[in-house]
Design a binder for this molecule. Structure first.
Ligand SMILES: [Zn+2]
Length: 339
């Protein structure tokens, strides 16, 4: 039996972290250059993972290397049939390493993204992020409010959304003022929630951030009222299946929360979160859910449509992706089912 190639399906990729999407070979090269030890890379849960992530991210310490990371990310996205990529970057990190103001850090990132776009045609909108672990005042002299102000300043210059990452056990409430600034500035709000913590955490993220999308959101299935709220308000869950498996959010792929979200009418997208560390690229994630849950090409196209519509992409880009998805569905199946 033949089916359509996932790589050919036009997709928007909405939940990925910049440093977590860096090529492993590039990280190794940087580590050698800086004389740094990034450790064995092993982790079994989110707190351990954050230490591994931070060690790798610390190797990006030069403007030219940050730019290279951004360019390579776009090249890798294009390889996966991604037409719009929305990586989360935390410019605060680079204040410490590059000693540059956030707008200058972003200018370097944007140069890299633009180079990648010119080479591949894959477009990028950055999600400017804050990290709960750094606290409201931030670690490196850039507060969360200042980050939100930066994000709004760069709206129209490639920043499209505002994300909150970090340890979900830290309540989001104190980050409300930053979220309000991002909201009023017209950015899409995308907090991480419903990953390691349950429905209470999602409800408080909803109250604080008034999100357009949730990074993860999978544990919302534990509360029928919450599922109804997400469906009624069409709040999208940017699901990352392999991440959930490797960090223990789902015990087994057959037990993953995705089908319950779909059955409840919650809009979902498929994502990698941190492809470098989890070893699964975006096409792998689509294949995983297709093979596990027997999703048809129409259902996969439906999730790709949600990814375009819920993204921060310009309207013309969204329409181009939607047309590409229609063309994909009209095309002949070209791939063996075993692949
Ligand atoms: Zn994430």
């Amino acid at each position: 039996m033949k089916r359509r190639s996932i790589k050919r399906l036009p997709k928007a990729h909405l939940h990925l972290h910049l440093e977590g999407s860096t090529r492993p070979s590039t990280i190794r090269e940087f580590a050698e250059l800086e004389g740094m030890d990034v450790g064995d890379g092993n982790f079994t849960n989110l707190p351990e993972f954050m230490v591994v992530y931070s060690k790798s991210a610390q190797t990006i310490r030069r403007p030219e290397n940050l730019k290279r990371v951004c360019r390579e990310l776009v090249e890798d996205e294009a390889e996966q049939g991604v037409w719009w990529s929305e990586p989360m970057g935390v410019p605060q990190y680079y204040w410490e390493r590059l000693k540059l103001p956030v707008d200058e850090v972003y200018a370097i990132m944007k140069e890299g993204f633009d180079e990648g776009t010119r080479a591949t045609g894959t477009e990028v909108g950055m999600m400017a992020g804050i990290n709960r672990n750094f606290g409201v005042d931030g670690l490196f002299g850039v507060s969360t409010v200042q980050t939100a102000e930066f994000a709004v300043r760069q709206k129209g210059n490639g920043v499209v959304s505002f994300g909150i990452a970090g340890d979900e056990r830290i309540p989001p409430d104190p980050f409300g003022p930053a979220c309000d600034i991002a909201h009023e500035g017209g950015l899409l709000l995308v907090p991480h929630a419903g990953e390691t913590m349950g429905p209470e955490s999602v409800w408080s993220a909803i109250k604080t951030a008034r999100p357009h999308r949730l990074a993860h959101g999978v544990r919302s299935i534990e509360d029928p009222d919450l599922l109804k709220y997400l469906r009624d308000n069409q709040i999208v869950c940017d699901v990352a299946p392999t991440s959930n498996l490797l960090l223990g959010v789902a015990q087994d792929i057959e037990l993953h929360q995705l089908p319950k979200l779909i059955d409840a009418g919650v809009p979902v997208t498929i994502n990698t979160d941190d492809q470098t560390f989890f070893g699964a690229m975006l096409c792998d994630e689509y294949r995983l859910v297709r093979d596990t849950f027997g999703l048809s090409d129409y259902e996969l196209a439906g999730m790709a449509r949600v990814s375009a519509l819920a993204s921060g992409a310009p309207e013309a880009t969204k329409q181009r992706i939607l047309k590409g998805i229609d063309a994909w569905l009209e095309s002949d199946p070209d791939e063996d089912a075993q692949q």
